[in-house]
Structures are given as C-alpha cells and as structure tokens.
Write a protein that binds this ligand. Sequence first.
Ligand code: FAD
Length: 109
Amino acid sequence: PPDVERLGRHTWTFLHTTASYFPPSPSPHQKQSMLGLLRALPTLYPCGVCATHLGGYMQANPPERAVDQGREALEKWLCGVHNEVNERLGKDRFDCDNVPQRWRDGWKD
Ligand code: FAD
C-alpha cells in the first residue's frame, strides 16, 4: 500500500497549486475539468479511509459553487477540505488567508 503521509503531502501540493493557478474567471471547459478532477478523488484516491472521508465531506460541502466562482473561492474551498483533515488528524488548522502566499506567490520556509 502507498505511504499515506507522503502521498498526502504530494497530493496536497498538486491540488493547492492547481487551485491557486485556476483562472479567476474560468471558462466552462476549465470548470468542467476541475469538477472532473475533484469528483474523481473519492473514487480513485489510493488511500481507502481518506477517500471515504473525502466523499462524505464533498457530499456535505459540494465544490460546484466554488469552482463556478473561480480561483479565490476554490482556494478557500480546498483549504476547508484540508483543514477538516488536519482537524481529524490532530494537526493545526491552516489560516486560509495565507493560501495564495503558500501556494502561488511563495514564501520562505
Ligand atoms: P500536509 O497535511 O500534507 O500539508 C502539507 C502542507 O500544506 C503543510 O505543510 C502546509 O504548508 C499546507 N497546508 C496545511 N493545511 C492547509 C490548508 N488547510 N490549506 C492549504 N494549505 C495547507 N491522512 C490520514 O492519515 N487519514 C486521512 O483520512 C487522510 N485523508 C486525506 C485526504 C486527502 C484528500 C489528502 C490529499 C490527504 C489525506 N491524508 C490523510 C494525508 C494527510 O492530510 C497529510 O497529507 C499527511 O498526514 C502528511 O501531513 P503533513 O503534516 O506533512 O502536512
């Protein structure tokens, strides 16, 4: 089975970076592609418990409106997804105001 921590770190990198480079005003095709990517995760993510939790979260908090509104709303939505996981694992919540700096503009770490 995959290393769930390593898989998670790399997946978050991909997802947050992709959200932070999603257009502020996405085209219909870009919106559909993003929804396809997100909706596939509860089916395909290769950590069973993670995928099940994610599916439940996405039922309660669907991504459609955030995707429709574009980059900033999507960044916030995904930050909320990640914070729910952080909380469940006993990790600190992340301040969602810092998402653009962390995942697009860069900071020193
Ligand atoms: P990570 O949580 O991997 O975070 C990486 C970096 O992202 C952090 O250093 C920080 O800079 C930044 N970050 C942190 N929080 C946020 C946020 N809210 N918004 C934006 N950026 C942020 N593991 C399990 O054991 N059980 C699970 O059920 C589980 N579900 C998961 C579901 C998904 C969809 C994913 C992608 C991963 C899941 N994981 C799960 C893995 C887990 O979330 C972590 O990736 C793993 O524990 C490694 O944690 P980490 O402390 O290295 O930092």
